[in-house]
Design a binder for this molecule. Structure first.
Ligand SMILES: CC(C)(COP(=O)(O)OP(=O)(O)OC[C@H]1O[C@@H](n2cnc3c(N)ncnc32)[C@H](O)[C@@H]1OP(=O)(O)O)[C@@H](O)C(=O)NCCC(=O)NCCS
Length: 207
């Protein structure tokens, strides 16, 4: 596989949004929101530009991931800076061929090189576990909305970064932009090719 992971270029923003939209379409809900989340985050100070990454295969964009700055509110009153991954996706025709793991691992390496201490985000341990993630509550990090959540995952980027901590993680506000700005989302969505929204088994949300 001739793969390159590199920072996205401004000239690719729309192509990346199309890729993200197609890859998430009807997966977690009828339709998709992740392309608008990414679009809005690009203008947010929490967005880590160096980690807005595309996966190119033989010159074709086939994957994308991004990270934002976030934090753990520690029970002792302090705050531990972390980063949150997502969305991450692979183009439909390339899914389940190992590309997601290539992109994820390369992005984690870049995050380490940039000096970040740890990652916390929602996800499926079946995918992320293969790249070193563990269930957050096992490291003392509870999810604000659901303290027992098995789907809040974390990984240290600096060894020992989570040692001895207890605290709560809440998703950065930017992840809720579609709910908070439904009109903005609707008009953004009109600029994309029409696609049929379908209710599918396994979706987490009804709309
Ligand atoms: C999730 C996603 C990024 C994974 O990328 P991928 O290239 O398909 O995954 P890989 O081939 O690298 O998978 C590596 C391993 O992770 C696990 N895995 C990957 N996707 C999985 C899924 N949806 N459910 C359960 N396990 C999964 C499997 O064990 C897989 O190995 P296998 O195929 O030999 O069983 C991709 O499928 C995708 O874009 N999905 C839609 C968007 C999404 O759900 N993004 C993640 C949430 S933000």
């Amino acid at each position: 596989m001739e793969c390159t992971v590199r920072q996205e270029k401004e000239s690719e923003y729309r192509a990346v949004e199309n890729l993200v939209r197609d890859a998430f379409w009807n997966v977690y809900r009828p339709g998709a929101m992740e392309h608008y989340v990414l679009h809005c985050f690009r203008g947010d100070s929490a967005f880590i530009k160096e980690l807005g990454l595309v996966l190119e295969n033989d010159g074709k964009l086939i994957g994308y991931t991004m990270y934002v700055k976030s934090e753990i509110c520690l029970d002792d009153g302090g705050v531990l800076p972390v980063i949150t991954l997502g969305p991450i996706c692979i183009a439909n025709e390339y899914k389940r061929q190992g590309y997601g793991k290539i992109l994820l691992d390369a992005s984690l390496e870049k995050a380490v090189a940039l000096g970040f201490g740890g990652v916390v985000m929602e996800g499926n341990i079946d995918f992320y576990g293969k790249s070193g993630f563990v269930v957050s509550k096992e490291r003392g990090i509870r999810y604000a909305d659901d303290p027992e959540a098995e789907y809040l995952l974390c990984q240290e980027l600096k060894p020992g970064y989570f040692d001895g901590i207890k605290g709560t993680f809440a998703d950065p506000e930017g992840y809720f932009v579609c709910q908070n700005d439904a009109e903005g989302f609707a008009s953004f969505e009109e600029g994309f090719p029409k696609k049929e929204k379908k209710k599918m088994p396994g979706q987490l949300f009804s709309e």
